[in-house]
Design a protein around this ligand. Structure first.
Ligand SMILES: [Zn+2]
Length: 299
């Protein structure tokens, strides 16, 4: 109970810091402030339109056993088109938990950042049956064969990929390509940290290294909690993965995977889910700091 309220406090503080540190209008040349931790000149905001956000919920693969919700947040301001996908691997709970939480945050006038702009499309639980089961993937659902969803995309799709799983990846590709994104992010977890030779506490990307480096420096300097390791970039996208496909599809866009460390040992995750969810949300906050303030990217 005590722990929970501490995390809530930390998350609230992060949002307050976020709100006070990023005051320029999206896409506008508010102050050319390269330091995200430093408040911009609030007088630069006087002519900014108040933010309005429309939340549109639809279903992917409606009426099928893989039906899952798709949330689109449309603001009244020009800005980037951001896609966030969670739940590719059902046992990587912080990914889809963070995505579900972000939907609630963006839905709340009090909780969402008022520097938001453009559009965000979120598929929180893309691999819904695996997510509900808390498994990486299920080999069968209702007697139908499934396989690892993150090896079912074109560009190195594994030869044993199941038709039902490929159908989900086709549906995701169609939704994302129709949306025409500038940013594509998928939320995963690793069993250990990069310090142990795994992918945890990292993001994985093949393109836009300048943006990724800026985003990670911002995260490590301004969002990281005491005693937690830095997040690093590991350019290690896997064949047949969501990230491999969209990196190749959009070589000039920002495409990356978040991998929190769940410190999986003896059959359980030993780092609290709330910690990992906070890390996921704060990497996304670090991305928003630049995506919604392009004047800060000076590389
Ligand atoms: Zn994964």
């Amino acid at each position: 109970m005590k722990k929970k309220s501490t995390y809530l406090l930390i998350i609230s503080l992060v949002f307050i810091i976020g709100l006070t540190s990023v005051l320029t209008a999206c896409g506008a040349n508010g102050g050319n402030d390269a330091d995200a931790s430093k408040p911009s000149n609030p007088t630069g905001d006087d002519n900014r339109e108040p933010l309005t956000v429309e939340h549109i919920t639809t279903k992917m693969l409606a009426g099928t056993r893989d039906e899952t919700e798709v949330h689109r947040f449309v603001t009244n301001r020009e800005g980037p088109r951001i896609v966030i996908v969670g739940g590719t691997h059902g046992d990587e709970k912080a990914g889809w938990s963070a995505a579900l939480k972000l939907v609630k945050i963006l839905d709340s006038e009090e909780k969402r950042r008022d520097d938001m702009c453009g559009e965000i499309l979120i598929i929180p639980q893309v691999n819904i049956n695996a997510d509900k089961a808390g498994k990486r993937y299920l080999s069968t659902v209702d007697g139908v064969a499934y396989s690892d969803f993150n090896r079912s995309f074109p560009n190195g799709r594994e030869s044993g990929a199941a038709a039902a799983t490929i159908k989900i990846s086709d549906a995701v590709i169609e939704i994302i390509e129709t949306f025409e994104p500038d940013y594509v992010v998928d939320l995963h977890e690793s069993r250990k940290s990069w310090e142990d030779g795994y992918l945890g506490n990292s993001v994985i990307s093949d393109n836009e290294p300048f943006f990724i480096e800026d985003m990670l420096i911002n995260y490590n300097d301004n969002y990281i909690e005491e005693g937690e390791p830095d997040f690093i970039n590991q350019p290690a996208v896997k064949n047949g993965s969501f990230s491999k496909y969209f990196s190749a599809r959009y070589p000039d866009k920002v495409v990356f995977t978040i991998e929190t460390n769940r410190e999986y040992a003896g059959g359980t995750d030993t780092i609290a889910l709330s910690v990992r969810v906070r890390q996921q949300l704060n990497i996304l906050n670090s991305m928003f700091d630049f995506a919604w303030h392009p004047e800060r990217i000076e590389a």
